[in-house]
Design a protein around this ligand. Structure first.
Ligand code: HEC
Ligand code: HEC
Ligand code: HEC
Length: 188
């Protein structure tokens, strides 16, 4: 009897800690996605990963002038820029400033895939046996089916370099748009 009760409460604890659909997902940073080694290696070489550097003075001077920005100004702590040039700026678990959260600079995984704390839990527990509906409910996003994922930066009115011809479908064909796709491995 005592054992049964213990067993039931232990099982309950495990399920309750698994993930909670009502919890607001937090950002976990690129380190929180570290099972995906190949994607990380591709991403590190990408322009998205390096997008924070563009905010430094002297970078892209001619283009900044054209966009009415001051090429000598340091924009790397400017909240108007950080919402698109860092991971989860001012959100739970996200970027605050370059000295306290250096690993959260640039357009990281979660800017395209959604803040990871909740869906990562599902990946860990179910390895590859989860459904898209399930991870979506936990905050995961799919840029290949939801154009808003890319447009929220690329077509946003506050993007000084906005290109109104940006087309998600076309952009996704660009090998520089994101990492290559690797088969999902069993052990998360
Ligand atoms: C709403 C999102 C958003 C905001 C806000 C934003 N950017 Fe960007 N930025 C982008 C995107 C997306 C690109 C890639 C170019 C494009 O739009 O296709 C970009 C590109 C750039 C580039 C490279 C331009 C080029 O042609 O090589 C620089 C430099 C830059 N941003 C600086 C800034 C600065 C400085 C600020 C703040 C004053 C800022 N950005 C605010 C999204 C944003
Ligand atoms: C610029 C956007 C972008 C960034 C940044 C990005 N990804 Fe992706 N990723 C995608 C898109 C688009 C897909 C195709 C599936 C989808 O629509 O999400 C994808 C697919 C994946 C998949 C396969 C998922 C599946 O269901 O087949 C994994 C795993 C993945 N990304 C991991 C990562 C990791 C880890 C990082 C960071 C190192 C990262 N991604 C950064 C856009 C991005
Ligand atoms: C959080 C904001 C953000 C999101 C989300 C985002 N991007 Fe970007 N993207 C940028 C910035 C900033 C740059 C500029 C990097 C540079 O010029 O060095 C960029 C650059 C690019 C480039 C040019 C790369 C190069 O090497 O010049 C492509 C293509 C691109 N993005 C496609 C996409 C696609 C497709 C998605 C959605 C799957 C996406 N982006 C999502 C911010 C974003």
């Amino acid at each position: 009897m005592r054992f049964t009760r213990l067993f039931i409460s232990a099982a309950f604890l495990v399920t309750a800690s698994a993930w909670n659909a009502d919890a607001k997902p937090k950002y976990v940073g690129v380190d929180g996605c570290k099972c995906h080694k190949s994607e990380i290696a591709d991403w590190e070489r990408s322009a998205h990963a390096k997008a924070f550097d563009l905010l430094s003075p002297g970078k892209k001077e001619t283009k900044k002038k054209k966009a009415n920005l001051d090429p000598d100004k340091d924009y790397s702590s400017d909240s108007k820029c950080l919402q698109c040039h860092s991971i989860g700026y001012k959100e739970d678990g996200g970027f605050t400033d370059i000295s306290s959260t250096p690993k959260l600079s640039g357009v990281g995984c979660e800017m395209c895939h959604g803040p990871g704390s909740e869906y990562r839990q599902i990946h860990k527990e179910k390895t590859t046996r989860f459904t898209r509906a399930e991870v979506k409910a936990a905050g995961q996003k799919f840029g290949s089916v939801d154009p808003e994922v890319c447009n929220s930066c690329h077509k946003h009115k506050d993007n000084p370099f906005r290109n109104d011809n940006f087309d998600v479908k076309e952009a996704l064909k660009d090998s520089r748009a994101f990492h290559k796709l690797y088969p999902l491995e069993g052990n998360h």
